[in-house]
Design a protein around this ligand. Structure first.
Ligand code: SAH
Ligand code: SF4
Ligand code: F3S
Length: 450
């Protein structure tokens, strides 16, 4: 056995797929493994432990896992020839959904660990090395995971913080309620302590995460708005965001807070999925188009410059040309700063996979192309609309080009600017000079540069 006081140096490579929850979880896995002597490897080739943190949301995401395991097996065999052991662990939502099948289909995999069992990684790895005990850990007790995870070690001035996990909404297309379990909110005190610890280590902007983050409720009954208000009182914390929200849980408190709390950034990701009431009903979204427009109108009254982003699915079973045109119409009416759009992907075990009227792939592709063209144009227009304005930009790191810095506007846009002196974590005023679909170029405002 390794002496726990003097751990041997080992290397872990973590590949992250899917949503921000997985990004957060990957960081936490890295934190759990650090005390065991695991340093982060930049590539899987020479890692002692490889973790694939997987996503099950669409078929393509799941397929990737199996092809990646194939590649890892080659490394594992090569390393075995050199007398080295490689542990392959599959984490995340595919692990939760298909744990047994992974172990059957891919013998190179040593360990399967679902999203609620990451705090058990050290024990599971030790057992895998000795080839004793379970190779599958897919229990469903979210609190255990959060209680047992160690302090955070953020590596930048922005950080994710999970406050809510799981989903009880059961949209008919979606696997998340099955892979992440029932809705669970962390106690507010734990969230505040984790936020304070992040801020103490230099974090200036925190994004609260949850599958339905605005379904958050603390033990005292406070909702997300209450939690955000308490977090905003941390003096050195400059910016707050949250994602992903469900239209059904957008409360007037939250909308009002967007108008009242300057630390709450004017950006909201609010997935709508479709602009057709008929399809929204078949999706079991529990909101209609009028409700969505009403939220948007109230948000814009509270905070006129708020940037909105969304998710769309095209080609849901039964979606007619007319339904799709209604989606185009909703996008035109709202005007999004950014958006994700996907072809419907039938997922095993979900009701929509068995619905009549599955839409052919060529129709899905055509619809997706048209929608993405519209949304791309909206994103370019939103970014171009900032040219000539001075915006407060949080400096987040080095740019791609030497001497350049990178930062983030309140609207979650990336900005590049030439400035050697700006320090990470500073909020600088930049005049926006140019814009493309994915980023802005800025310069220090004259009075500041002096
Ligand atoms: N909790 C979030 C979404 C999580 S999944 C919400 O309710 O909005 C992220 C996005 O993936 C969804 O918004 C949806 O647009 C897309 N998605 C989920 N299941 C899908 C499927 N079966 N096929 C295609 N896209 C899907
Ligand atoms: Fe999936 Fe719907 Fe839950 Fe979002 S609200 S995670 S889309 S079931
Ligand atoms: Fe994918 Fe799981 Fe997130 S299915 S989108 S990684 S919650």
């Amino acid at each position: 056995m390794d002496d726990p006081a003097k751990p041997a140096l080992k290397r872990v490579f973590i590949e992250t797929y899917g949503c921000q929850m997985n990004v957060y979880d990957s960081e936490r896995m890295r934190d759990v493994l650090a005390p065991l002597g695991y340093a982060v490897a930049p590539k899987p080739d020479d890692a002692d432990l490889v973790i694939l943190n997987t996503c099950h949301i669409r078929e393509k995401a799941t397929e990737k896992v199996y092809s990646e395991i194939g590649r890892l097996r080659v490394h594992k065999e090569r390393r075995a020839g050199e007398g080295k052991t490689t542990t392959i662990a599959i984490a995340g939502c595919v692990a939760q959904a298909e744990g047994e099948e992974i172990l059957r289909r891919a013998p190179a995999v040593d360990l399967v660990v679902g999203p609620q069992a990451y705090h058990r990684l050290p024990e599971l790895i030790a057992r895998a090395a000795r080839k004793t005990g379970d190779r599958l850990a897919a229990d469903f007790t979210a609190q255990g995971k959060f209680d047992a995870l160690p302090a955070r070690a953020p590596d930048g001035v922005t950080a994710f913080l999970s406050v809510q996990e799981g989903c009880d909404k059961f949209c008919t297309f979606c696997v998340v309620p099955y892979t992440r379990g029932a809705e669970f909110s962390r106690p507010a005190a734990d969230v505040l302590a984790e936020a304070q610890a992040l801020v103490d280590r230099g974090v200036r902007e925190i994004t609260l995460l949850g599958q339905n983050v605005n379904a958050y409720h603390s033990e005292g009954g406070d909702g997300l708005a209450g939690l955000l208000e308490r977090l905003a009182r941390i003096p050195e914390l400059a910016r707050l965001r949250y994602m992903t929200s469900h239209p059904l849980e957008v409360t007037q408190d939250l909308i009002s807070l967007h108008g009242a709390e300057p630390k709450l950034m004017p950006f909201l990701h609010l997935p709508v999925q479709s602009g057709s009431d008929r399809i929204l009903k078949a999706m079991n979204r529990k909101h209609d188009v009028v409700h969505y427009h009403d939220i948007v109108a109230r948000l814009r009254r509270a905070r006129p410059d708020i940037a909105l982003s969304t998710d769309f699915i095209v080609g849901f079973p039964g979606e007619s040309d007319q339904d799709f045109e209604a989606t185009m119409e909703l996008a035109r009416e709202v005007g999004f700063a950014s958006a994700f759009s996907f072809k419907y992907s039938p997922r095993p075990g979900t009701p929509a996979a068995l619905m009549h009227g599955q839409v052919g792939d060529s129709v899905k592709s055509e619809r997706l192309a048209r929608l993405q063209e519209l949304l791309g144009g909206q994103q370019r227009a939103f970014n171009a609309g900032k040219i000539g304005l001075s915006l407060p930009v949080l400096v987040t790191g080095k740019g791609r080009v030497a001497g350049q810095k990178h930062g983030r506007t309140p609207y979650l846009q990336s900005v590049h600017f030439a400035d050697e002196t700006a320090r990470d974590g500073d909020i600088v005023s930049l005049r926006i000079k140019a814009a493309s679909q994915n980023s802005l170029t800025g310069e220090r405002a004259a009075q500041e540069a002096a």
